[in-house]
Design a binder for this molecule. Structure first.
Ligand SMILES: NC(=O)c1ccc[n+]([C@@H]2O[C@H](COP(=O)([O-])OP(=O)(O)OC[C@H]3O[C@@H](n4cnc5c(N)ncnc54)[C@H](O)[C@@H]3O)[C@@H](O)[C@H]2O)c1
Length: 365
């Protein structure tokens, strides 16, 4: 297994272990780390059906005899207060008021990761948790960094916290059951890393699209490693998103989140980010800080991957309404991460609302 370390202050540093067909090693790994005695697994209906029994068996063999499993219906629509409350209720019952040193283990994509992380952040004012990311998106992005939370009144990640895991355990062979739509979604975040920080990564994806979509793990593994390393270095410099460094990860997410909400989650997160990135590029070109050929290169790649670059499933007015709720707005003005060239971005806040509207209108299908 390969190890990437995230170096954070105090006791918040942790390792990301990356391997294939290595899930069997997680039990002994956690025993050796001594990070909890009773295990509460949080997963969704789909991933739980595929992998939970195996995981419980692995834990049992490693000597974890007190385990519980909570599943919720898969998908973004479950990332809400109802699921959070149900998980909390079940976890409180499992703990039984004994403070029995519970370790939360999140098995799944970004949704179980974010909700489960928020449960871990808030139960007993914070307990240890582990991420076992099972989507490409979670294996390049959401699995690390400690941003945890839920959507609230359909506003993305409105309620949440920062709580770092004690371990991120990647078994890439778990990706083998992913469908094509989810692989495409994960690639949107990889394109994001290429644009904001690593143009060669963009070239790599352009070259290997076919193999990636066919889930060739030899081609995917370097992407996971590269993306996690890029994010790890950013998180190390700005863990709580207060220094304007981590904000770069939001490229494509301002409009992306608004579209995701306005469309009632008919678009996956990655699909929304794809739309958000082409809109951000359009804005950057309109204000004259980015050039069309580079914007077109990104759009061509997104289309080749099979990600949307036009907006359907929602009304322009709803996108604008959700844009106003963006957490990163300051005094009512959205802040956009815009590219100035491949590998370099700037944060812009004084963009006239009419220009945002014009760009969105042009992208409506
Ligand atoms: N915390 C962060 O830093 C961060 C970063 C990026 C995105 N996110 C969040 O992540 C979420 C999106 O993540 P996602 O796309 O992984 O969503 P997800 O967890 O809903 O997974 C997508 C679908 O894939 C299925 N699935 C997961 N693993 C599978 C497997 N191995 N085999 C078969 N099916 C599998 C799930 O059941 C689900 O239907 C959004 O809520 C987004 O806001 C968080």
């Amino acid at each position: 297994m390969k190890t990437i370390s995230i170096n954070l202050n105090k006791n918040r540093a942790y390792d990301i272990l990356i391997g294939r067909d290595n899930l069997g090693a997680i039990g002994t790994q956690l025993k050796a780390m001594n990070v909890g005695e009773s295990i509460f697994i949080i997963t969704d209906s789909k991933v739980g059906g595929l992998y939970a029994e195996r995981l419980i068996d692995i834990f049992r063999k490693a000597g974890f005899h007190d385990t519980d499993l909570a599943r919720f219906p898969h998908g973004e629509k479950s990332k809400n207060i109802k699921t959070y409350t149900e998980l909390m209720t079940r976890l409180a019952k499992f703990d039984g008021g004994f403070n029995k040193n519970v370790l939360v283990v999140n098995l799944g994509g970004g949704v179980p990761g974010d909700v489960g992380g928020f449960v871990a952040a808030t139960f007993n004012r914070g307990v240890n948790y582990v991420q076992i990311p099972t989507t490409l998106l979670a294996n390049v992005d959401s699995g690390i960094g400690g941003k945890v939370g839920i959507d609230f009144h359909n506003i993305k990640n409105k309620v949440g916290s920062f709580h770092q895991p004690v371990l991120v355990f990647v078994d890439l062979s778990l990706l083998k059951t992913l469908n094509l739509r989810e692989i495409r979604s994960g690639l949107a975040e990889v394109v994001k890393y290429g644009v904001i920080a690593d143009p060669p990564l963009l070239g790599y994806v352009e070259k290997h699209v076919k193999d990636i979509l066919a889930l060739n793990l030899d081609v995917i593994e370097p992407i996971v490693e590269k993306s996690y390393r890029l994010k790890a270095r950013i998180v190390e410099q700005d863990e709580k998103d207060t220094r304007g460094i981590r904000m770069v990860l939001n490229y494509g997410h301002t409009i992306g989140h608004a579209v995701e909400s306005a469309a009632g989650f008919k678009y996956s997160h990655g699909e929304s980010v794809s739309i958000g990135m082409v809109c951000a590029n359009d804005l950057a070109c309109e204000i004259g800080i980015f050039n069309r050929p580079e914007a077109e290169r990104i759009e061509t790649l997104l289309s080749k991957i099979g990600l949307p670059v036009k907006i359907a499933h929602c009304k322009l007015a709803d996108i604008i309404r959700f844009l106003k709720h963006d957490k990163k707005s300051v005094n009512g003005a959205n802040r956009f991460v815009l590219p100035v060239k491949l590998g370099k971005t700037e944060i812009k806040s004084a963009i006239p609302p009419e220009l945002i509207k014009k760009v969105l209108k042009k992208r409506m299908a």
